[in-house]
Design a protein around this ligand. Structure first.
Ligand SMILES: Nc1ncnc2c1ncn2[C@@H]1O[C@H](COP(=O)(O)OP(=O)(O)OP(=O)(O)O)[C@@H](O)[C@H]1O
Ligand SMILES: [Mg+2]
Length: 257
């Protein structure tokens, strides 16, 4: 079976025929990249236990660009995503997201940054178990952030995302009442609630079988392109790289040219 072309999405799980509400603005020529990492080094531990996880890594992700990040286990992929998303500080180097230098932000500034500017989707989906699919999206708005909406706008946004992700009829289900692929789609919706500039996907399909994995990545591409949102997708799966605009290889903490 030939994988669906990355440039011509043919199927959609969306049940809506309406155009997306958030039409992306065409990037202006002077718009900063979604991510710019310059000479980033990350060292864990110290002394004999020192591990160099990233070594002078440089990566730029343009607006609206989807980058697949591929590399062996332990090569620094999760570390790179954690630094790009403000979960970890780099030991050295500069990190800019959407034109903002986050290198030296304080812990509380980083918390605000994460709420407003980035989205995360991890391998193991961390949905709140006692909240429904809909409530798992709405909780993002309640945490606040730069673009937080009033209640009715947030609910409209959540309904729109659930619809686009093919979850409209599952919105009232708890995570335990959803399939693995459906849970992963809720996590994608949650990552998109605050219109982040950059979404970081760390092996979003590794818990799914290959058919479902394909569907989820297809959906990720559609959602990103409809909004002009940038993404890094960490994956071991070569087929998934077909959905990216560009594949970047990392080995021993070094981005391969
Ligand atoms: N908190 C930590 N303390 C010490 N070393 C760490 C820590 N987190 C990661 N490392 C080390 O840093 C290196 C990079 O780890 P990272 O998790 O970024 O790799 P990865 O490419 O995501 O691997 P995988 O494909 O297995 O998820 C590894 O050698 C790992 O053992
Ligand atoms: Mg990892």
């Amino acid at each position: 079976m030939t994988p669906p072309s990355a440039t011509s999405p043919s199927t959609s799980t969306s049940t809506s025929t309406e155009p997306a509400v958030n039409q992306p603005e065409p990037p202006s020529p002077s718009a900063p990249p979604a991510l710019r990492m310059v000479d980033v080094r990350k060292v864990y531990g110290s002394g004999d236990g020192e591990v160099v996880a990233l070594d002078h890594a440089a990566l730029e992700v343009a607006r609206d660009e989807i980058v697949a990040l591929v590399g062996p286990s332990g090569s620094g992929k999760t570390t790179l995503c954690s630094i790009a998303g403000g979960l970890l500080h780099a030991t050295e180097g500069v990190v800019e997201v959407d034109g903002r230098d986050i290198t030296h932000l304080s812990p509380s500034e980083l918390t605000d940054f994460r709420r407003s500017s980035v989205g995360f989707v991890f391998q193991t989906v961390n949905l709140v178990p006692f909240l429904t699919a809909r409530e798992n999206l709405l909780v993002v708005n309640e945490l606040g952030g730069r673009r937080n909406r009033n209640g009715s706008r947030a609910r409209a946004r959540a309904e729109q995302l659930l619809d686009e992700l093919g979850l409209a009829d599952r919105a009232g289900n708890l995570p335990s009442q959803l399939s693995g692929g459906q849970r992963q789609r809720v996590a994608i919706g949650r990552a998109l609630m605050n219109d982040p500039a950059l979404v970081l996907f760390d092996e979003p399909t590794s818990a799914l079988d290959s058919k479902l994995g394909d569907q989820v990545v297809h959906l990720i591409r559609e959602e990103m392109k409809a909004r002009g949102t940038s993404a890094i997708i960490v994956t071991h799966d070569d087929r998934i790289t077909h959905y990216a605009d560009r594949t970047v290889h990392i080995e021993d903490g070094r981005i391969q040219a």
